[in-house]
Design a protein. Structure first.
Ligand code: RIB
Length: 302
């Protein structure tokens, strides 16, 4: 079993299910409200742990009821949360999520996630160095990411960056990133475009990979997942499943990918399993609710 350290955010997701977004200045009546533990960091850690990776989550909560709830929830997963720090006088991160019939809209208020700093990385450095894979996203300060990725790289730990939400720092982080997993929008931003036409996506991925050593995997929603192997583009198609909620699908992909790679699985096999896991995760409401166990991912093969 491989060891994974996930450094990142944890949020309380407040999910409002509604038929449509209100217009500016308008009030509408929604259908349902749910509270789920989320945050890209915590979600990815849960996905890795459910897949069977020996996973440590590194992040911060605030001194409030949500902080206690998310800590309790994470403790009930097969996760090492002993280094999660509680900060005084600040609230736990919150994500306000509008779940619409066609997709979702998310606004994150960072709270304690903003206080995940270099000093914290120093305190948990041994957890990072002892891991096979360090997995990070961009819901904590970018200076912290820069510092943690460098520490991991210097110590021979495989580094995986999920560049979400996108930030212009990504290009600068690349020398310390082994694997980069943008979605199509984030990949377009990385190459300085607003959008890459679908017909140009494959050649754009190939061209980027030819000039970079960081291994690129572009997650493409219903199109599947694309990467380059032996100078050829490989696209692993998405499974055709009933979609209830896509929140956390990318997190499931990243968590399983990290766990699979940490145990020495081949790159292609790890991508295939991570993609299947993401397909299972979208079948329930909430980022973590539908995240599968390893057994469920393997069983979904047939
Ligand atoms: O990727 C989904 C996550 O993004 C949600 O759980 C929310 O907390 C935001 O961080």
């Amino acid at each position: 079993m491989g060891k994974i350290a996930v450094l990142g955010s944890v949020n309380m997701d407040i999910v409002i299910t509604t038929g449509r977004m209100p217009k500016v200045g308008e009030t509408i009546i929604g259908d349902q409200i749910d509270y789920f533990v989320g945050g890209k960091g915590a979600n990815q850690a849960v996905a890795a742990a459910r897949f069977g990776g020996k996973t440590t989550f590194l992040g911060k909560i605030g001194q409030d009821t949500f902080g206690e709830k998310v800590y309790q929830h994470l403790s009930e997963e097969q996760l090492d949360v002993r280094s999660v720090a509680q900060e005084k006088n600040i609230f736990t991160g919150i994500a306000s999520i509008f779940k619409l019939p066609q997709d979702n809209c998310i606004t994150v208020i960072s709270g304690a996630n903003e206080l995940v700093d270099r000093e914290y990385v120093d305190q948990v450095a041994h957890q990072i160095i002892e891991s096979d894979v360090l997995l990070v996203q961009i819901e904590i300060p970018v200076e912290t990411l820069q510092y943690a990725l460098q520490l991991a790289k210097e110590n021979g730990v495989t580094t995986l960056l999920n560049p979400a939400p996108y930030h212009d720092i990504v290009g600068e982080l690349l020398p310390n990133v082994d694997i980069l997993t943008p979605n199509e929008t984030e990949f377009a931003a990385l190459i300085g475009k607003e959008l890459i036409p679908e017909a140009e996506m494959e050649e754009t991925i190939l061209a980027w990979q030819q000039t970079h050593t960081t291994r690129l995997i572009v997650t493409r929603g219903s199109q599947g997942v694309s990467f380059v192997e032996s100078d050829k583009l490989v696209t692993v198609p998405s499974s055709k499943v009933p979609v209830v909620d896509t929140t956390g699908a990318g997190d499931t992909f990243n968590g399983i990918l990290a766990a699979a790679l940490s145990e020495g699985m081949s790159f292609k096999e790890a991508v295939i399993l991570a993609n299947r896991g993401a397909g299972l995760s979208v079948q329930k409401l909430g980022a973590q609710t539908g995240m599968p166990t390893r057994a469920a991912v393997i069983a979904s093969e047939h």
